[in-house]
Design a protein around this ligand. Structure first.
Ligand SMILES: NC(=O)C1=CN([C@@H]2O[C@H](COP(=O)(O)OP(=O)(O)OC[C@H]3O[C@@H](n4cnc5c(N)ncnc54)[C@H](O)[C@@H]3O)[C@@H](O)[C@H]2O)C=CC1
Ligand SMILES: C[C@@H](CO)CCC[C@@H](C)[C@H]1CC[C@H]2[C@@H]3[C@H](O)CC4=CC(=O)CC[C@]4(C)[C@H]3CC[C@]12C
Length: 422
């Protein structure tokens, strides 16, 4: 077992209660909460306060969290957010097929960080990682809408991997499971029906043919069905699923690809999607924050939150996929050419079909996986936006990052990219 387990641990319980998170706009700002409870308790002197504070934090740092897919785009943000915003954390386990070098820098923190190289499709590896964890955030997944992986592999990772996580919770007695689902479990459907400012209860004909949304929908159903199952020790498993719309922010690979594509085209991108087609987007920091909050509140509000789904949302504006990207790429020197799509839809469809054919023909020789294929064109070309406050009502979620912050952070990240590394 030790062969695949890479552990970096440290225990520096110094003054954690005094540390302010790097982000300063949190609603659930825990040091402030502590100050509130301080005045409520009527403690007067600083000495008393410090004593109480130290006792609280020693007692409070007791939870073990596991984040699967913790080295991915979203996973890294969840990991960093937990370290900054979950004061009760004693150990954070990061489970991923590939471990990132950035894990090293976490060594300066007070929480024990355990990096585990593992595969969610391997039940024994998952059980070993889950054993002893209080909360599992299952964000690992094969995100492929470009035909890079086979449908079987996508199913294996996303569905069997999720089954393994659920069974591991049941077998080892882990009671809280947060699943990173996707807006794609709802739609856009194969018929291209718009979903306009919908919420978790909006009726929609969810029909999937593509392996990725199909696998995410099956996995989400498994997670929700598992809510209430008895885990080892007899307590009920509490599960819920978060459904991000298209996530953007620092580390977003597709944004990176589109930026470099624009640079190769002389600083231009060509409009392919009508500006009137709205596509839901959410900032990665806010998605991470939702995960942290859900994980925190699941125990106290099990009856309300168990078995529920929540769309991830924030103040990001409703725009077309391309216009939204220009919010970041524009200030970095790219220009979107055309107020209307430059090519008629039927021609784009033809090009997308041609790409799919080429992918199939070239498969024995090389992997041809361009951004444009019939599926991505259909998704980009169908309005899908959410408008809901369910997360706010159920567990007090408010976005941690305003639209301005999200935009600025993403622009800074694009600007920092190496423009010559195209
Ligand atoms: N990127 C997006 O716009 C959206 C993503 N999601 C979901 O969020 C989650 C995270 O997605 P991203 O961070 O965007 O993708 P990502 O590809 O950056 O991260 C996924 C992580 O899972 C790991 N992983 C893949 N197969 C694994 C396996 N067999 N065992 C262990 N780890 C494995 C990868 O190594 C990677 O680090 C996924 O479940 C995805 O379905 C949901 C909605 C939108
Ligand atoms: C037609 C092209 C002309 O510029 C643009 C192609 C853009 C596409 C690659 C993206 C458009 C919509 C994206 C998807 C959407 O945001 C929802 C998603 C949710 C997920 O869970 C995973 C990622 C994705 C499927 C996302 C993938 C990229 C797009 C299809």
């Amino acid at each position: 077992m030790e062969g695949w387990r890479l552990v970096c641990s440290w225990n520096g319980h110094e003054g954690r209660s005094k540390r302010k998170g790097d982000y300063d706009e949190s609603l659930a700002d825990w040091p402030r909460k502590q100050e509130d409870s301080l005045s409520a308790a009527g403690l007067s002197s600083l000495g008393q306060w410090l004593q109480q504070d130290m006792a609280d934090s020693a007692q409070a740092q007791k939870l073990v969290y596991l984040v699967t897919g913790g080295c991915g785009f979203l996973g890294e943000h969840v990991v960093r957010m937990l370290l900054q915003r979950e004061p009760r954390l004693r150990e954070l386990r990061i489970f991923d097929l590939q471990l990132g070098p950035w894990l090293e820098e976490l060594k300066t923190g007070p929480v024990q960080v355990t990096a585990i190289q593992g595969d969610v499709t391997q039940a024994h590896e998952v059980i070993a990682a889950v054993a002893g964890a209080h909360v599992v955030i299952h964000a690992a997944g094969l995100v492929d809408v470009f035909g890079r992986a086979s449908p079987e592999t996508i199913h294996e990772v996303n569905v069997q991997g999720t089954k393994n996580v659920i069974e591991a919770c049941v077998q080892t007695g882990t009671q809280f499971l947060v699943y990173t689902s996707s807006m794609e479990v709802v739609g856009p459907n194969v018929k291209g029906h718009p979903f306009y400012r919908g919420n978790e209860d909006t009726p929609y004909e969810a029909v999937h043919r593509h392996p990725y949304p199909h696998s995410k929908a099956l996995a989400e159903q498994l997670v929700l069905k598992a809510n209430g199952r008895k885990v080892r020790g007899g307590l009920p498993l509490v599960t819920c699923a978060l459904r991000p719309t298209g996530i953007y922010g620092e580390g977003h690979q597709i944004m990176r690809d589109i930026y470099y594509q624009g640079l190769r085209l002389g600083g231009r991108l060509f409009r392919a999607i009508p500006a009137s087609v709205e596509h839901g987007r959410v900032y990665v920091g806010n998605v991470a924050w939702m995960h942290v909050l859900v994980a925190r509140e699941l125990e106290q509000r099990a009856a309300l939150m168990g078995g529920q789904v929540y769309f991830c949302y924030d103040e990001s504006p409703y725009k077309s996929y391309e216009d939204f990207n220009m919010e970041f790429l524009g200030p970095c020197g790219l220009r979107l050419v055309g107020t209307h799509p430059l090519l008629p839809y039927w021609l784009l469809m033809l090009l997308a079909a041609l790409n799919a054919l080429l992918q199939w023909l070239l498969r024995p020789l090389l992997l041809y996986a361009p951004l444009l294929n019939p599926y991505t064109l259909a998704v980009a070309n169908t309005t899908f936006t959410v408008s809901t406050n369910k997360a706010q009502r159920h567990f007090g979620y408010e976005p941690l990052f305003s639209w301005e912050d999200s935009r600025t952070r993403t622009i800074r990240w694009v600007q920092a990219m190496d423009g010559s590394a195209q």
